[in-house]
Design a protein around this ligand. Sequence first.
Ligand SMILES: [Fe+2]
Length: 381
Amino acid sequence: MSERFFNPTRIVYGPDSLCLLPDHLPGNIQPERILLISDAGLRAAGITQRVQELLPRAKTFEEIEANPRHSTVDRAGVLARDMKAGLVVGLGGGSALDAAKAIALLAANPGCIEDYEGREKYTVSPLPLIAIPTTCGTGSEVTWVSVITHTGRRFKMSIKGPAMFPAVALVDPDLLVSLPPALVASTGMDALVHAIEAYTVKPATFVTDVFAVQAVRMSFRYLKRACADIRDDREARDGVMKASLLAGLAFGNSDVGGVHCLSESVGALLDTPHGVANAVLLPFVMEFNLPAAAERYADLARAVGMEGGSPEALALRLIQEIRELSADIGIPRFRDLGVPEERFPEIAEKSFANNSNLSNAREAGRDDYLEILEHAHLEGS
Ligand SMILES: [Fe+2]
């Protein structure tokens, strides 16, 4: 079978690279036609103001919430059309960047975001997008997918297409300086999940493997340190930002799998932060995947320095290490998420319907997802 890799995003990486933003604007852009998409937390951290200084005539929409909602995106889409936006700048974590992608699409196409659920449903290419991540987990700055919650359906829609890759990813690890430790932990674990799933799902390729393995290695090396002191540990800050970027390059051309199928279903129902849900569910899905993915997990175990034993033994040690890492950085247990048991069948059903379910290393049916949830529930109580 042939393998391919496609990523048209220009990556600009480095400490203090935010100040290079003006150099990467399209030459013909009128300054008042730039729409900056962000969230309130970034203003509180003083980061939005820094971008506004660089783009003094841009319009700012900073109402993006965690697990961005279709209604918010539709509203910003109308704003983008009204102001005849020519460029969208997305600033924030996965929520802001995913919303920015969807808004860039709506700026160039009629209707609401639900009309574009699925792959390449747009007729006109979205506006160019500059993505500036401020967490160490999304990877959205280098992927073509936008995940938007439809609150009425309690479902996370995937909207994607080759024209949805950001034109530029401006990745500045110094933007992580004021990220609270709990967000370093949850978004950093999201990056680790991206890397592990990208490496083990069916669409993995020899190119995505390189990014995925290195992202796993860097997450193991730096995440705990970054959680302890992201402000002063420059090397760890750089490491977790690079891990997130590399994991994005990996899953953007491979896919995610069962962990994301479950976490997106839980998040759509309960608004659970994406990284937290992923981190909590990761070991349980890995245990389920063992019969199909032990060799691949063993590769990752060796990549982070584990030796000896059968592939199964190495895979189990990797799962144990992940549990310990999660506990060390304060990731809650499944029961802390407050997922009502009576909703497990609905979550299992939505996980099964998720686009990425077919990619999972091991075939997973509704009953399998139900069993994973029950297992997590038992172990977490
Ligand atoms: Fe994710």
